[in-house]
Design a binder for this molecule. Structure first.
Ligand code: PDD
Length: 278
């Protein structure tokens, strides 16, 4: 049985009870973070809390997050997670009678946390198979909301087609994927979608852009067009769960088998993990 966090308490998961009137249940009205940990240490924790605070502010959820900063570490400890692990934090607008308008301002947000051992899929490091999906999400993809139905539909469609990820295309532009950011290399230059309301500001994305700048790998935040991505020299994905993962095909088009820039970034990213967590 796992020990979870709910509204100020660490307790066995079976005792973590949430009202069916919780806005997260009735409206999908909540935000979340997924944090990676290695060696019992959360990775880039401050950045995740800063994004969580940003999501709460944009959603007008008045949660006090400062006192939560020890929760990830404590969840790892309570569950004896000393290796590769994931931590999930979710904040909803709280419990209130069902009504489209927001509940009274004194409604307490529901805060839930869980951690578990993570076993990455070895296929991710060998090359992701991807498909293109129409981006039917709302236009506030910069907020990490729990309402993930379009992401879930596209992830499921990818799975049913034997692929690992669905790349979201809006107005001809590859914005991001169902749970990752997308990069493509053209003529030695790394491209990724600029920050906007159509993508999540990925923490792994920011680390990779910093690594490019630090190590002299040319990079530019510029749109990647769906008509061009199949002709890229390399495509790779970044996410808390994938780290840096090379892509081997997009919508049935094979990409070059060699991906030297992605390989270099995989190695540089591992160095960051070693520096931060070991
Ligand atoms: N998702 N874009 C989307 C839509 C995402 O859901 C995620 C992460 C990312 C990558 O962000 P980061 O590098 O900060 O993990 C990009 C998490 C892993 C999830 O929903 O499980």
């Amino acid at each position: 049985m796992a020990t979870v966090y709910l509204n100020g308490q660490f307790l066995p998961d079976a005792q973590a009870l949430i009202s069916p009137l919780d806005r997260g249940f009735t409206y999908g009205d909540g935000v979340y973070e997924v944090i990676r940990a290695w060696n019992g240490k959360p990775f880039f924790l401050a950045d995740h809390f800063s994004r969580l605070a940003d999501s709460c502010a944009k959603m007008r959820i008045g949660a006090y997050l400062t006192h939560l900063e020890d929760v990830p570490q404590r969840l790892l400890k309570e569950n004896s997670l000393t290796g590769d692990a994931l931590i999930y934090l979710q904040v909803t607008r709280g419990t209130a009678p069902r009504s489209h308008v927001f509940p009274p301002a004194d409604t307490k947000p529901t805060v839930y946390g869980l951690a578990w051992q993570f076993n990455p899929n070895p296929a991710w490091t060998q090359g992701m198979v991807t498909i293109l999906e129409p981006d039917v999400r709302w236009s506030r993809c910069d907020i990490k909301v729990t309402s993930l139905i379009p992401n879930s539909f596209s992830a499921q469609r990818a799975k049913e087609l034997g692929a690992h990820e669905g790349l979201f295309v809006r107005d001809g532009v590859v914005q991001e994927a169902t749970l990752s950011n997308v990069f493509a290399v053209f003529g030695g230059e790394v491209h990724t979608a600029p920050l906007s309301n159509y993508i999540l500001p990925g923490i792994t994305r920011a680390i990779v852009l910093d690594l490019c700048r630090e190590h002299g790998i040319p990079c530019r935040e510029t749109p990647i067009f769906a008509t061009e991505i199949t002709r890229a020299d390399e495509v790779f994905l970044t996410s808390t769960v994938y780290d840096v993962a090379p892509v081997k095909s997009v919508e049935g088009h094979a990409l070059p088998a060699e991906h030297p820039i992605a390989d270099r970034l995989v190695a540089l990213f591992r160095d960051v993990v070693r520096r931060e967590c070991f």
